[in-house]
Write a protein that binds this ligand. Structure first.
Ligand code: SF4
Ligand code: SF4
Length: 441
């Protein structure tokens, strides 16, 4: 089968060999979890517990009346020690519930278990997905129930599962596809039913042959689901890139996949949907790659949300002597951390530790107008021009030249020979346009 792809993009070193063959295993159960109360794109949540409360594993501890949100659940049974401000992996100061773990866990989520989807209609599936607090697990953390709530004036014919995992180093989606293919297919069927979509496609980059084989076996009996091989290219896992590669449909500027009849979800998200429906299990744990040349024993773990990332690093043998930089997520879109005293959240798919020689500090030099950034950009933007506008507060021009279409993939920064931190300026440019829009409304 021909591997499909999108136009432009880049080919960074993938470095997946460090963990791709490491099976998922449960991390040690933490003695304390610190669970931030905002782990999704959307409205902030209100705590439903207070200091001194006893909570069960999977119990809802925060929620909101807003549509765009996803509730949060206790990741251990135990006692609420306090609610306090913490810094999350994205650098935001947020409220967090601190739970001291009891000796044992008792699952008590209030979610019913369903062996099959036959007795569930689309609204009940969406409700389970919402109540289980499921968000996009590729890192975006957009509430999944919102994605599959299709407005009356739209129709969806495909749910695409993103199994590209195009970020270098990360191998958790790969492992979930190898180890839990049937759960992914169950979750995909649930998402298709929730969105009323007749067809499903699982897109996987060709550098994951074991995952392709595993998922092909799992869909062999399904007549409306197929596996599509994708070229290994960054950012192949971007929603718009996946849709262009697989269906040849172009999401309009400022538009959504829904505008071309598609909903995109991550493969690990689909497995979480299956866990919620079949086992009544909310999203209180997830898998993570702890990897990089600065880690003693790179591996893939399943950890409770709210576990300190320093403890996960210790479980992977700790830092090497020449460890120089810690990033949560992957090297292209991840967030650099100042220290390891940070809780892992629903979108934390990796802890990457780079060594000194990999993080030499480059001084940016002036732009030489080589246009490499333009050739790399999968959104066909003009990064260098946008950066000039951002630096000079030219908000109208930023908007006119589509800065909001930037998916912050980092491809332009990666190829820039002058080492200009283009994405940093692009983020600031996007923030300027958003601020202007808020003022106008
Ligand atoms: S301008 Fe945005 S979308 Fe284009 S390459 Fe740079 S970060 Fe990616
Ligand atoms: S890649 Fe860097 S040096 Fe080349 S045009 Fe873009 S910003 Fe300038």
């Amino acid at each position: 089968m021909k591997a499909l792809t999108f136009k432009q993009g880049i080919h960074p070193e993938y470095n997946k060999d460090l963990t791709k063959d490491k099976p998922l295993k449960n991390a040690k159960r933490p003695e304390e979890v610190i669970i931030p109360l905002k782990q999704h794109i959307g409205a902030p949540l209100k705590a439903l517990v207070k200091k001194g409360d006893q909570v069960d594993l999977g119990q809802k501890i925060a929620d909101s009346d807003s549509f765009v949100c996803a509730p949060i659940h206790a990741s251990v049974s135990g006692t609420v020690k306090e609610i306090r401000k913490v810094t999350d992996p994205g650098g935001n100061i947020v409220d967090a519930v601190v739970i001291e773990a009891a000796e044992e866990d008792k699952l008590n989520s209030g979610l019913e278990k369903h062996d099959s989807l036959d007795q569930l209609d689309s609204a009940s599936i969406r409700k389970i997905i919402r109540e289980a607090g499921i968000v996009g697990m590729g890192g975006a953390m957009f509430p999944t129930h919102v994605k599959v709530s299709i407005p009356d004036d739209k129709e969806v014919d495909y749910v695409i599962l993103n199994g590209a995992e195009c970020e270098p180093y990360l191998t958790v989606d790969h492992r979930v596809m190898v180890e839990r293919p049937k759960s992914i297919v169950f979750g995909l069927k649930a998402l298709m039913k929730a969105a009323d979509a007749p067809k499903g496609i699982i897109g996987i980059e060709e550098n994951k042959p074991e995952a392709i084989e595993s998922m092909q076996d799992a869909v062999a009996e399904e007549n409306n689901i197929e596996v599509q091989t994708l070229e290994t290219k960054y950012p192949q896992g971007g929603e718009k890139m996946l849709i262009e590669a697989i269906l040849g449909r172009e999401v309009p500027a400022g538009g959504l996949p829904l505008d071309v009849g598609v909903v995109v979800n991550n493969t690990s998200t689909a497995a979480a949907v299956a866990d919620a429906i079949r086992d009544g299990k909310p999203l209180y744990e997830r898998s993570i790659s702890i990897t990089g040349r600065g880690i003693n024993s790179p591996q893939n773990l399943i950890y409770r949300i709210g576990t300190n990332i320093g403890d996960l690093v210790e479980e992977a043998g700790g830092l090497k002597e020449d460890a120089a930089k810690v990033i949560t997520g992957g090297p292209m879109m991840g967030a650099a951390q100042k220290h390891l005293n940070v809780p892992g959240v629903k979108g934390t798919s990796g802890i990457l530790v780079l060594v000194r020689e990999e993080v030499e500090n480059y001084e940016p030099s002036p732009c030489i107008n080589c246009a490499k950034c333009v050739d790399a950009c999968p959104m066909f933007l003009m990064p260098t021009q946008l950066v000039n506008y951002a630096k000079n507060d030219m908000v109208d021009e930023l908007e006119e030249w589509q800065v909001l279409s930037c998916i912050e993939c980092g491809s332009c920064s990666f190829v820039c020979p002058a080492k200009i931190p283009l994405v940093h300026h692009l983020r600031l440019g996007k923030a300027q346009v958003m601020a202007k829009k808020r003022e106008e409304n």
